[in-house]
Each structure stands twice: as structure tokens, then as C-alpha cells.
Design a binder for this molecule. Sequence first.
Ligand SMILES: Cc1cc2nc3c(=O)[nH]c(=O)nc-3n(C[C@H](O)[C@H](O)[C@H](O)COP(=O)(O)OP(=O)(O)OC[C@H]3O[C@@H](n4cnc5c(N)ncnc54)[C@H](O)[C@@H]3O)c2cc1C
Length: 468
Amino acid sequence: MEVTNWGSLIKTRPSKVKEVFKVQDIIDVVKDPVQFPSPVRALGSRHSPTKCIDADSGTVLDMRHLSYINEPDETEMTLTVGGGTIYYDIVHFLEARGFMLRVNTEIGMLTAGAAVMGQTKDSAFPGEYGQVSSEVVAVKLVTAQGEILEVSEKNDPEFMKFVRCSYGMLGVAFEVTFRIVPLRLMRVYHKHFTVPEFIEQLADIRAARAALMYYMMPMRGLVVVEYRTYAPDESEEDGIQREPGVVHNKHLLPLGDSSILAVRNFIWAKLNPVTSRLLLSVPRLLSVPGFWLANNLLFSGFNFTASHRHLPAAQVITYPEDPPASTVFTFSIMSFTADKFKEAMTAYYKFVLDYHDRTGWNVSMMDVGYRLFHDDKSYLSYTDGGESWTIDPVTNPNSGWYPFLKEFNKLGASFGGKPLLNQTPLLTADHFHAAFGPQIRQFNVHRKRMDPDNRFLSTFFKDLYQCS
Ligand SMILES: Cc1cc2nc3c(=O)[nH]c(=O)nc-3n(C[C@H](O)[C@H](O)[C@H](O)COP(=O)(O)OP(=O)(O)OC[C@H]3O[C@@H](n4cnc5c(N)ncnc54)[C@H](O)[C@@H]3O)c2cc1C
């Protein structure tokens, strides 16, 4: 039996796959190691590009049917959902009731269980974190003994740090409670830079009171910075209610403003993968000028995707379960503290050009990156060292990708780059321990106490955490 990730780039071969409809299904599986061999691994939408979905010879719990959303708790300002509920459904449910999550990460297929158990990324607003797990205030788990355990920020903030990003090694997350805030409109605009301009102006860019994402085109030496800010002035002028519980009327928005985000999402998630795949398939004589032209068009295209006001959920994208090969893309990520980022980014741009000269291979799509702020709410927070900036190479997958990644990982590690276990493929235990050593040792103590028989431990995590 084979289970694959989105786009079928990563495979695992479990002995059993159990669809989960209710909590008792999880308890029954966990308590019966004969029928359901170890490791027992809960999976969400399988959008991770790493072997964190590994359940070889074990049991996969398919969580996607455990999907429900309770009405928001307007006193506590929280929302509780089933572990298999996808992010896209959550943000639209909240929008219709006048609320939102603070992090509107693009991946609408992210399940609530994976959101608390795994690492995520998004550009952070000043005063916020940008990591979804830090927005989770409580989680209910089925433990390795088949018992129900509730952990919350209120009752045990220290242990909550180890539950966040524990990748199912402390238990299966079947119910998740998020912090919510009143709905606000956002605006988005872009600025274009050559690399020398970007480097020179980085201090000013950093000072912006905005959430910053950036699109990088190393083969052309270009960067586009996407600025997102809340848009309080206009919404107040328009009298659009932002009180908790008041249904927001999206038709009050001027024509086109939320749909401009759909154009942005289309460029990013469809047009870019399809055009770059097409260009990869034509002879080099045509593909080189083709990439040059496509990059210039994309670079200019951002001029037309500014939104004066849009609803936050507009940036959240769903992807088809079985995507056409032409739209499949893959990526990696590494995070650098703000003081190392300038050097790391300059080295990355040089590396991409050198690698292309040496091998003829280059990342075929726009790379991206995100600015996040200091966050120590999880033992695997990749921004616990302070404000951090990521580098995320993005490409159509082909045989050149993994050899490139091996060198990218070495380069990133040399600048203290921190990885995400579900989003940084080919990670080595040495690199992982260099990035998170003391936290891993503390986690291993909790893991051994919670799961002495390794019911939830897959080979992938055993090798990385170097635990037994
Ligand atoms: C096209 C695409 C776009 C993406 N864009 C973004 C983005 O914008 N931002 C971002 O942060 N990431 C992005 N990602 C990466 C993705 O968000 C993460 O890999 C995320 O973990 C996927 O969620 P999932 O539900 O598919 O989890 P899965 O891949 O199914 O699982 C991830 C890990 O969590 C564990 N897990 C899942 N559910 C549970 C549970 N209920 N209990 C215990 N453990 C569990 C799994 O065992 C596994 O180790 C993208 C991926 C793709 C393919």
C-alpha cells in the first residue's frame, strides 16, 4: 500500500490506512498494536514536501474526515475545530461571522492538526508571529496510551511549547482551538528592486510597519517585496463594521479589490508553475530567452496586483487533491536571523548563478521568502533568535532538484539557517541539531515519558531526533 504527498513526490508504504471519523477511531487504533502496527502516524492533507509523512510498515490515520467547526467563543475570542478541518474552511467560516485568524497563510489545505503539530510560515505583521502553531491556544490529543489529554496555553504554557510542532510524536491532535480577532481589511502593494538596490535599502525595508513577503528571481538578480498592512482608515470611512460577531459584507468592497488577490494567487500558484514547466520542455535556445521574458513579465505583473482593501482570506489558496502534473511545484525553506540575512541572501543569489554555470540547472520558478518576528511559543520556532527572514527556493520538480538542495542546505547551514521539518527536504540530523540542539534534548525527554514504546515514532523522526 502506498501513500503519497501532494504531487506524488514523497511516498510512504504503511501496512494499514485507517480513515478517522470520530475520536474513538483513533483510540481503537492506538490501543491495538497487533491490528495496527507502529508507527501510528496521523496525516492531514499530505502537503508536506518532506518524509515527515513517513509511516513505513505502520499505520496511517487519515484525519481529513474529522472536519467540523464550532461557533466562535466571543468571550474567550477562540475558535475550536476538528483536527482534519482545512484552513480554507476555517478562514471563510470566520470571515462570514466578522472574525479572522491573525495568520492567513496561503496554504488553504493545511489541516488544523498539522497547523499545531507542524511548522508553518507567513509574513508576520508587527506585533504578531507569522507561525500558525503560535496562534493555537489549546489542543486535545489521543496519547500513546489511548487516553485523551487536553493541553492549553492557559493551564500549561511550558508544556504547550513542546506540543506545538511535535509532529504527532506526543499524541494525535483531534481538536484544536485557535485565537481569533475581529475581522480587518488589508491592503497589499509591491516594490521592485535589483539585488544591489534591495541590499542597500534593506534597513528601510525592514523598518516598514508591514508584513513583508518577497519574490526572488536569482537568475535575473531581481526582488519584488510584497507589503501587507491592515487598512483601518478606509474601512472606518466606509463604515464597514469590524466589531466581533458582525457579519462583514464583502459586497461593500469596491469592485475588483478582493478579486485582485485572486489574480495574484493565479500568477503565483498556476501561471508560474505552468509557464516554467513549459519552458523547461523546450530546447535551451528557446528556453533561455523564454525564462528571461517570463521573469520580466512576472516582475512587471506585480504592478497590477495591488489591492487597496481586501479580505484577509482572499490570500488563502486551495489546491486540487490530484493536481495536473503541469501545476505541481515544490520548494524548500531556511530561516536566517535578520543580522545574517543580507549575507545569506547575497550568497544564495551567487550560488544559484554559479550552480547554473556548473550544472546547467536552476530553480525554474520565482523563489519566495517571508519576514517573521521573534517567537518562542514552540520549541521548534525557527524565529526564537529574533526577527528572521527566510529563503524558499521554488521549482517545478525534476531530477536536478535534490542535488541542488544538498548544496543549498550546506550553504544555509553555514549562515545558521534554521529548517522546518515538514518543509526543508534532505535535512540531516547534524544540521537539525546545530539549529535546535538544546530544545531537541528537552523534547526527547518529554517524548520518552509520553511514548515509552515508540508508538508514534517513525524512522524519519527517529533519525532526525536521534532518539531510541
Ligand atoms: C502547494 C503547496 C503550498 C504550500 N504553501 C505553504 C504556505 O503558504 N505556508 C506554509 O506554512 N506551508 C505551505 N506549504 C507546506 C504545508 O503547509 C505544510 O507542509 C503542512 O504541514 C501541510 O499540512 P497538511 O495538513 O497537509 O499536513 P501533512 O503533510 O499531512 O502532515 C504534516 C505533519 O504533521 C503531522 N500531523 C498531521 N496531522 C496531525 C494530527 N492531527 N495529529 C498529529 N500529527 C499530525 C503528520 O504526521 C506530518 O508529520 C505548502 C505546501 C504545498 C504542497
